[in-house]
Design a protein around this ligand. Structure first.
Ligand SMILES: C[C@H]1O[C@@H](n2cnc3c(N)ncnc32)[C@H](O)[C@@H]1O
Ligand SMILES: Cc1ncc(COP(=O)(O)O)c(N)n1
Ligand code: SF4
Ligand SMILES: [Zn+2]
Length: 626
């Protein structure tokens, strides 16, 4: 099998729709606005609709050919705005893929490179004097199709949610604490526009990434999650990375960062972007460093600038730019337990110390803004001085950088360039709130995008859990996007299975945060699950879960028969001790007597307790509380 065929074969594994699910599309008012959602058909006839990040891959009617890439859903919108032009892009160089000579590639890589050449679209940029950022449009009062798309996507199908959550007493009791966020009952396209204009939300959508299904990152919207993928000098291939991309979207990744630092960086990115309906982020300094053979002090503004153009032409939607790592802050890290753990941060620190010069990303920041607005690339202002251990959390180095990121946000906003702020890292639970407060205070509510944070340092192998705890907390407090951590953190490069573990852990954190914030309707899926659980609809429980396959296989480990899917118990308590079954017996008993449950309990107390004593007297007490 040649390389692209191998890739196509790998992807067929991940093309199955989810159990009981179909892809539905909701049309908007603007031309071409067709928003995908996943509809889950339950066995009792109910239908539950959920946010869908999986793209065309879970649509059996979509034609997927990794050689051609996905359909350009945004192309018509971008063209209709009339403010961009196609042009002969930057000439590709062998060095873009980290080799000095084209012939040094192996046959397999050459095949993938040849195919990728066909994938590359003719680049587009803003016409002279134009600014094509969503923030610029928003500030002109323009509601773009991307904004309408997002409004529909964020609302989901509120009808079924309302129906599910119809109980007024329960709603009042569970209404959520938004912790300062202001989430409207219904997200309108105008609200999206206003939040983007204000800088409180970003829509990462490069004009050279027309395949993107628009999404939004902001405190007053659903909490999003990002998955990091990419190769390293030690391991992985283009095929594996494209597979990780599709895999992470399938399990719910809202954006993906390609953090490749090994070979074939340019070609890997071609394959990823052309096959990605989610926004792609990168850290351009990684590729710039490859171009100078890994010698940090040889980096120059020109090489960096060339890399920005290269990646903007390919369609990268957001760039991590570590412009806040300033020369005067480096000495603040010397007493730290773990120094500088950010790759970008450490590279720039090395450059600054060697040349004894200010960070060139800081000194050239306005020029970077000019590039960002010509393609609508969003800033993710990097936290190069984030703490790498609890011991270093919330120290002066971290906060000095954060204040600088606040200054840079204001500069970016002067250019109408969309901006989010990266945050840590390793932060114990009691310091998380202070982190969020400092960010809101200094960065004027620009969206916060945090790596975890990891709440403890002693869980290698389980850092997805150690960090999902912190992620849930900071998501509730106002962080707009949670960057996942996988079980391999601190140990090695994650593979496809680690990606899934990281995503599921972060879906849990993000959903917990959405429910706690009281995001309208967010709780409805929990309610649907609980109802299915109480009614012993096992297949519905699997289908409603974040990971249906695992749920079903765990259930079937002990009770594999089809008939067990109707059983009113599982192997945890068995048929006689199943508390939900016993509760239902009580309810049935009440029904039979033709009285309500409470009256029945009063009436039948003696009778029932005698009956239950046969299986264990204490059981009767928890039932009332259940
Ligand atoms: C900043 C975060 O990025 C992660 N990270 C860095 N490179 C990669 C990669 N190629 N794949 C996955 N995660 C990566 C680190 O583990 C850290 O958590
Ligand atoms: C949330 C977050 N922070 C930082 C980075 C960049 O990585 P690094 O700073 O190590 O170069 C990242 N990818 N995501
Ligand atoms: S994850 Fe590994 S390579 Fe990266 S900073 Fe830590 S020890 Fe170094
Ligand atoms: Zn770490």
């Amino acid at each position: 099998m040649n390389a692209p065929d191998k890739l196509q074969a790998l992807l067929s594994l991940t093309r199955e729709p989810f159990p009981a699910s179909t892809k539905v599309y909701v049309d908007g008012a603007l031309p071409g606005v067709k928003v995908p959602m996943r509809e889950i058909a339950l066995t009792n006839g109910e239908r539950v609709t959920v946010y869908d990040t999986s793209g065309p891959y879970t649509d059996p009617t979509a034609e997927i050919d990794v050689r051609k890439g996905l359909a350009p859903v945004r192309a018509g919108w971008i063209e209709a705005r009339g403010d961009t032009e196609t042009y002969v892009g930057r000439q590709r160089a062998a060095l873009d893929d980290g080799v000095k000579n084209e012939d040094l590639h192996g046959d397999r890589i050459n095949a993938l490179r040849a195919e990728a050449a066909g994938l590359q679209r003719t680049p587009r940029r803003a016409k002279a004097g134009q600014n094509v950022s969503q923030m610029h449009y928003a500030r002109q009062g323009i509601v773009t199709p991307e904004m309408e798309y997002i409004a529909i996507r964020e609302n989901g199908k509120r009808e079924w949610m309302r129906e599910y959550l119809g109980d007024a007493e329960r709603e009042a009791r569970l209404k959520g604490n938004a912790m300062g966020a202001r989430i409207p009952e219904i997200i309108t396209p105008e609200f999206v526009r206003d939040e983007v204009a204000r800088g409180r939300a970003v829509i990462p959508a490069n004009i050279n990434h027309p395949e993107v299904e628009p999404m939004i990152i902001g405190r007053n919207f659903l909490v999003k999650i990002n998955a990091n993928i990419g190769n390293s000098a030690v391991t992985s291939s283009i095929e594996e990375e494209v597979e990780k991309l599709v895999w992470s979207m399938r399990w719910g990744g809202d954006t993906v960062m390609d953090l490749s630092t090994g070979r074939n960086i340019h070609t890997t990115r071609d394959w990823i972007i052309r096959n990605s309906p989610v926004p792609i982020g990168t850290v351009p300094i990684y590729q710039a460093l490859e171009k100078v053979g890994g010698v940090a002090e040889d980096l120059t503004w020109n090489i960096f600038r060339d890399t920005l153009i290269e990646q903007a032409e390919q369609g990268v939607d957001y760039f991590t730019i570590h412009a806040g790592v300033r020369l005067p802050f480096i000495h603040l890290t010397t007493k730290r337990r773990t120094g500088i753990v950010s790759r970008g941060g450490s590279i720039l620190a090395k450059w600054m110390i060697t040349h004894h010069k200010e960070n060139f990303l800081y000194t050239h920041f306005d020029e970077i803004c000019e590039i960002m607005k010509a393609y609508d690339v969003t800033f993710s202002l990097g936290d190069g001085l984030r703490p790498g251990s609890s011991a270093d959390a919330n120290d002066e180095a971290q906060f000095a950088e954060l204040r600088t990121l606040g200054e840079l946000t204001k500069t970016a906003w002067k250019h109408d360039v969309q901006t989010m702020i990266e945050g840590p890292g390793h932060v114990p639970m009691h310091l998380i709130q202070a982190n969020m407060d400092e960010q809101i205070k200094h960065c004027d509510e620009a969206p916060f995008y945090t790596l975890g944070p990891l709440t403890i340092d002693i869980a290698p192998g389980y850092d997805h859990i150690a960090s999902a705890i912190g992620a849930a907390m900071i998501g509730w407090m106002g962080t707009a996007m949670l960057c996942y951590v996988t079980p391999k953190e601190h140990l090695g490069l994650p593979d496809r299975d680690d990606v899934k573990q990281g995503i599921i852990a972060y879906k849990i954190a993000a959903h917990a945060a959405n429910n706690a914030k009281g995001h309208p309707g967010s709780r409805a899926r929990d309610d649907a699950m609980s109802k299915a659980r109480f009614e012993f609809r096992w297949r519905d429980q699997f289908a409603l879960g974040l990971d249906p396959e695992t749920a079903e296989s765990y259930h079937d480990e002990t009770l594999p028969k089809d008939s067990s899917k109707e059983a009113h118990f599982c192997s945890m308590c068995g048929p006689k001790f199943c508390s939900m079954k016993i509760t239902q017996d009580v309810r049935d008993y009440a029904d039979k007597l033709g009285v309500d449950e409470q009256a029945a309990l009063a009436q039948g107390m003696a009778e029932k307790s005698a009956e239950f004593k046969a299986v264990g007297g204490e059981l009767y007490i928890p039932i009332h509380k259940a």
